[in-house]
Write a protein that binds this ligand. Sequence first.
Ligand code: AGP
Length: 608
Amino acid sequence: MCGIIAAASNRNVGKLLVQGLHKMEYRGYDSAGIALHQIDKIAHLRTLGKVNLLEEKMIAEKPKSKLGIAHTRWATHGEPSEENAHPHKSNERVYIVHNGIIENYLDLKEFLKKEGYTFSSQTDSELIAHMLEYFLNKGNSMLDSMYLTKEKLEGAYAIAAIDKEDDKNVMIARSKSPLLIGVGVDEFLAASDPLAIGQLTNEFVFLEDGDVAELSSESYTIYDAEKTEVQREVTQIDISSQSTSKGDYKHFMEKEIYEQPDAILNTIDGRVGGEDVLDNIFGLGSSEIFEKVKRIQIVACGTSLHAGRVAANWFSSISELPTQTDYASEYRYRNPHVDEDSLLVTISQSGETADTLAALRYAKEKNYLSTLCICNVPTSSLARESDYSIFTNAGPEIGVASTKAFTTQLAALMLLALSLAKSRKINPKLRTRVITALRSLPDTIQETLKLKDTILEIAPEIANKDNALFLGRGIFYPIAKEGALKLKEISYIHAEAYPAGELKHGPLALIDEEMPVIALAPESEIAEKLVSNLEEVKARGGTIYVFADPSITMDLKSGKLINMPKCDFLLTPIIYTIPLQILSYEVALLRGTDIDQPRNLAKSVTVE
Ligand code: AGP
């Protein structure tokens, strides 16, 4: 994880580097730091905690500089502390910031210690500063030192480095962790994410794996893995038009929950026409490829995998294709057998999740027919490395807990299920039915958001508990899992999800008055069975909160039956997600947690 930013300019860069860190705080917020070149010395400021603490230090010390690097950290090696915060330095000469993990750091540290270098942090990153200085001291240029250092490093990294002996240039390098250059006016910038520098430029150059680049205020030069000078395409993106403010909401998560009607509209806009899904919405030639697909493999992490697990049901019932789902972090390690004509589908809000990217790269070596990603960030590594893609168009999601990204992923996955069915020339009536329901989905979500007042009544009852169980059946089991993930992620209440029928095979032992049970009960062929499962909870004194279709009746001793708006059954997973998001948010609000930046987490998980 971590966010890095660098600037070589004709103006003072301290403020713009810190502003960039604020925009990248979603990548980590354990500690932050900055190194600013001041001709005869390098000002080095680091703080434990969020970027605003670094900002306070900057305001107090007012360091001036036209060349600098900065970092916001999510701890991997070494606890969050000022010593472990970046930039790391070597003998007051070389300063570096790093995003990624150096896997062979113990061996390299040992080597450098023998060469007389002392380490002041527990990080894997500090050795990069020492290694660069080691090669510089042997008479190499910074460019050569970076290549020599890269030869030693195993793992993933995006690096920016400055040398006290050079007040003009910053050197950057990338391997498996994202890094891009921003083309400014009389300045060049580098960052992990275009968001960090989107207020300064809308021209970006995405580095490729193995690239090294040198930036000054006047120019930039990129070299590929073989040290040959190369030109990389300049991409125009207008980031400043994308809303990254909370508006009148207390938290980004709250704003993102209430943005969902518009977000879903943006996902389906321009992709459906008449009574069917349009051709080739996943890229030119995708509809033809879909004709050949015989099997689907989904890989993703966290919330995105929950979306994949809902979609696996749709691929079976609408596209009539067998589908397997895997945690991206596990997929490569189970020696997967890939049948002929299989389609690999990756799902990721950020498109930079290291486990998902690694799974895609592994899959590309296998005999997949094609690879396709569902992603919210068009410039992401996942989008650039997949054969086909569809963007969820949800707009930036800043809260660590995924909300609108999840429901728009579901909408995009439904478009995929429909497209596959269309290419396979099956289920035309069902396709028309779902398209009609998709068109009214934003209105149904708007109606569902009105449940807030009812949810406010039950939130205090859950906020004072330590545990919660979520129950769903069939296509609602992944939604129950998503509800449990949301609650634990932002309120720190321990929550688990079960298919309701599994309760009597073990978890029923946990039921007492201290264990709230949150159940999802849409109208379905197994609704009666679910109600029976809930009776088992009731008989043991459990408090049950049921989000249910109005046709379902239950006499609850304690808890609440909450009627949900009507909607086509195939889309109900999207609707039933909404109250669970609101519930988690309101419970977390009552518990006073840091909702947008919960402890120990980061938005974009760029380490495996
Ligand atoms: C969701 O609330 C989580 N923050 C997390 O599970 C997330 O979905 C996961 O890390 C995957 O991220 P991605 O969608 O960006 O790949």
